[in-house]
Design a protein around this ligand. Sequence first.
Ligand code: GLU
Length: 289
Amino acid sequence: MSDRQSTALVTRFAPSPTGLLHLGHAYSALLAYQAAQTNGGIFHLRIEDIDTNRCRSEFEDAIYEDLAWLGLRWVEPVRRQSEHFGDYAKALGKLTQKELLYPCFCTRKDIQQEIAQSGQAPHVGPDGHLYPGTCRNLSKDEQESRIANNQPYALRLNMAEACERAGSLIWMDGNNNEAVTAAPEIFGDVILARKDTPASYHLACTLDDHLQGVTLVVRGEDLRPATHVHRLLQALLELQTPAYRHHALITNAEGVRLAKRNQAQTIRALRGAGLSPQDLKSQAGVATN
Ligand code: GLU
């Protein structure tokens, strides 16, 4: 690796093609792009389309078109996660070898029942109720016979064991590069491969940031909790840890954050209403020069 490559700032924008991009996405993409531009760095666009049921090619095409219209340029070819399931399987294999994963056969209903029957106040994490651990202690024989019977299963991380092995972890966050202590246990035994998708967002995103040499992750405040798990996965899989900048979310006039269903604020709709890329940048609050 040349000196330039090893020291260059590498950022990325990693949308999921499940809808049209809105003003909030434009803001995030522009911040990441500008961070790379002002430092002579590299900007990647990554398509996070592991959920093949929800992702649509017309939304992917719209991502390329809208971002190009905004003036962004990225490294080709674009990494499309649906073409890299083999990489995620390898990472899962490493964690399996370390005995940090277990198959979980529970349905949503099983989990709800288990929580209701436990009589204890449910523990809630960033993604809802924490998994009560039903399948964590199944014997090897039981696991194998259920798999042989084609019972669908997800792969969960044994969080207590993983935290114990990784020890105390930090990452650097924000414009002032402050150290944040990782607390991945807030997620409980997080799913790393789903029953219907052989990877999870946490796994695919963390691995790809490493494989693409990303040194600065710029993304919305809503994804800050995910960084606790990503930092743990970096330690377990011996991956690079980028710096993070979790930015404030763009809201509408009522102070509610934008969602993909807010059609009026999509880049498409704003373009259609006659806004120029420059107008859109100032509406998103991104300084231009
Ligand atoms: N694909 C994720 C999303 O569209 C974002 C991933 C990330 O920036 O880490 O919400």
